[in-house]
Design a protein around this ligand. Structure first.
Ligand SMILES: *Cc1c(COP(=O)(O)O)cnc(C)c1O
Length: 477
């Protein structure tokens, strides 16, 4: 399997790359995102064969269709090392919880940081360590976080050979639980840098450091951001796992509702559907930052700036420029050279010149055949959904899952099971749960006492020069 850029890779001709070539890279050189040349089709016989597999072996089968530059035995070992009951809480890894007839939650957040990002990040940790060892290279991951992504990355990379993590966070601004989660890590390869500033300051520093190409090369700086194709691929697996649990035969269809921000999670559902998994609808749920809902209703994509992005009670979806959305648009336009030229125009000049774009009527009409529908959920909707789910089913859902559940209910169809992806657990967002039902969700037993552990972090001013110096001091080899 080879990989191409959504923008046609003009800068390097048609030199398509293998999986391990793009594993450690971010954007393609032309600014596009990597996608496979085609989506392998999974036929009925294969689906039947996969139905009984353990999660790790299902992951291996799916990954094998996209990765041909890691020996099969090694890839299987990496999958089995990643998806264990010990790390994800139970053998099913992503079990379904029935809410009512035809409506389920699929639990994706039983990993170490209580959010679904562990599903992909844990695999990425294994793949990075493997590939770096094979090349005899090192990687220094530099990132900025307001909470979820940073902790998922640190828990995936802790103790991994050849990898260090430098994670910037706004000093004192993460939730107490998130601070405890990250700062209690004692692993020597994890560096928490609490920057005196806000999240945007952290992100600006990461950009400034990454734009210094000499420093970046000399210090082997890399990222683990959500456009990484390996993360997307890891997420494809749980759509299959959810489908098998909700159905008896491959003649049945299911729908998925997905709380969305960067369009990573639901894009994996789109890939699963393109592979032939019998998915009826992909229900995209946004919070008040509803740029994507607007697109799927009107065909207009108008990303918003930081100033227009609202702070909500489902903060991991407070995103107004969805970094993975370009992948879907490239597929919508036909996944070929013509599509690449049009994608390059839409996401390059048009975004800058016009602040967004509107697809044509013909292109808009094609969206229906991809199964997408959408909706917006507000703070009041979250509270009402958390309350009614608690009162009716005695199930607590977190604020992001509540957004998914609210929009899912608007798109239920008789005879088609709806799986709502549970993207985080309630203790991470305890204040809003308490506002909704007057109860504070207890942290899971494994994390009790977390807030009392000793902490390891360095407070620094928002200075690019000082942070570069810190990285130099801690990467001397
Ligand atoms: C990251 C995140 C999301 C959004 O997922 P995308 O892949 O960015 O669309 C939703 N909920 C939670 C809890 C998250 O951490």
């Amino acid at each position: 399997m080879k990989y191409i850029s959504t923008r046609g890779d003009a800068s390097v001709g048609s030199a398509a790359r293998g999986f391990c070539d793009i594993l450690l890279e971010g954007l393609a050189p032309d600014g596009g995102l990597y996608l496979p040349t085609h989506y392998p089709k999974v036929d009925a016989a294969t689906l039947q064969k996969w139905r009984g597999l353990a999660y790790a072996d299902l992951a291996f089968e799916i990954l094998s269709l996209y990765i041909d530059d890691i020996p099969a035995a090694d890839l299987q070992r990496l999958c089995r090392a990643t998806y264990t009951a010990e790390v994800f809480g139970c053998a099913a890894i992503t079990p379904l919880k029935p809410l009512e007839a035809g409506l389920f939650l699929q639990a994706l957040s039983n990993g170490p940081t209580l959010a679904f990002k562990d599903m992909a990040m844990q695999l990425l940790g294994q793949l990075f360590e493997y590939e770096l060892a094979r090349r005899g290279e090192e990687l220094n991951i530099l990132g900025a976080t307001s909470g979820d992504t940073g902790s998922a990355a640190e828990y995936a990379m802790r103790g991994k050979r050849g990898i260090r993590v430098f994670m910037l966070s706004p000093n004192g601004r993460m939730s107490p639980f998130q601070q405890a989660q990250m700062f209690s890590l004692q692993d020597a390869n994890i560096h928490n840098i609490a920057v005196d500033g806000v999240f945007d300051d952290c992100q600006d520093i990461v950009k400034a450091v990454s734009n210094d190409l000499d420093f970046k090369r000399a210090r082997k700086i890399g990222t683990v951001n959500s456009i990484n194709w390996a993360r997307m691929l890891a997420q494809v697996v749980y759509y299959f796992a959810g489908y098998f649990q909700a159905t008896q035969s491959n003649a049945e269809k299911v729908s998925f509702a997905v709380p969305s921000g960067n369009f990573g999670n639901i894009c994996a559902g789109h890939v699963a559907r393109q592979m032939g998994l019998p998915i009826d609808r992909l229900v995209l749920a946004t919070n008040e930052n509803n740029v994507l809902d607007e697109f799927f209703r009107t065909g207009a994509y108008r990303p918003r700036g930081t100033a227009e992005t609202l702070e909500t009670s489902s903060p991991s979806m407070d995103i107004s420029k969805a970094s993975n959305f370009e992948r879907f648009v490239f597929d919508l336009l036909g996944h070929d050279a013509r599509a690449a030229a049009r994608t390059a125009e839409l996401f390059g000049p048009a975004l800058v010149r016009d602040g967004g774009f509107q697809v044509t009527d013909v292109e808009f009409a094609a969206i229906a055949s991809f199964g997408f529908v959408s909706g917006t959920s507000t703070h009041a909707d979250r509270l009402a959904t958390i309350r009614s789910t608690w009162e009716r089913q005695r199930v607590m859902v977190d604020t992001h899952t509540a957004d998914g559940l609210k929009v899912a209910r608007q798109h239920l169809q008789p005879g088609v099971p709806m799986l709502v992806l549970e993207t985080a657990l309630p203790p991470k967002f305890a204040d809003t749960i308490e506002e909704a039902i007057g109860l504070r969700p207890p942290p899971p037993a494994a994390l009790a006492g977390l807030e009392d552990l000793p902490r390891r972090f360095t407070v620094m001013p928002p200075s690019v020069a000082q942070i570069k110096q810190y990285i130099e001091d801690h990467t001397a080899t």
